[in-house]
Write a protein that binds this ligand. Sequence first.
Ligand code: HEC
Length: 144
Amino acid sequence: MKKSVLFLVFVILTLFTVSTAVAGAAKCPQKRKTKKAPSSLYNKDETGKADAAKGKAIYEKKAKPMACKMCHGPKGDGGGKLGAALKPKPRNFACAKTMKDVTPGQMFWIIKNGSKGTGMAPFKTLKDGEIWDVIKYIRTDLMK
Ligand code: HEC
């Protein structure tokens, strides 16, 4: 009897440790598998007139087929529920070391076209203006 209780406690603790380990923030710095955008786009930035509040709505629920936060996490640290199962892990926007080379244009390119060989799919239903909105939100509220 006692042994089985101990065993149960052990199992629960193990499950708890495993689940917190996989659902936590992604590493920092983090390797990027994504290729560099063509240079004309890499240096482009149209976030000046973009709307961060609209971007937040896209990030948290409107994006189809899936909201960005499902993978990138509500805090943008790569700790989304679905992200845990992915390899490579979703980008950790809160990691300044990794994000220093990721320009607004680079972000635009990948949101529009996706990144082959990773879980990052192209978001074909977002209009260009909406993509700049979500970039603005990520850069002002989630990046450190
Ligand atoms: C199904 C999971 C998933 C969803 C949903 C998702 N992403 Fe990603 N995203 C990824 C993964 C995985 C990577 C990492 C690719 C890599 O290692 O370079 C990534 C990378 C990125 C990058 C980094 C580009 C770079 O050059 O480093 C940006 C920006 C990005 N995602 C934005 C978004 C936005 C905005 C949304 C919502 C409109 C979104 N993602 C939705 C999984 C996802």
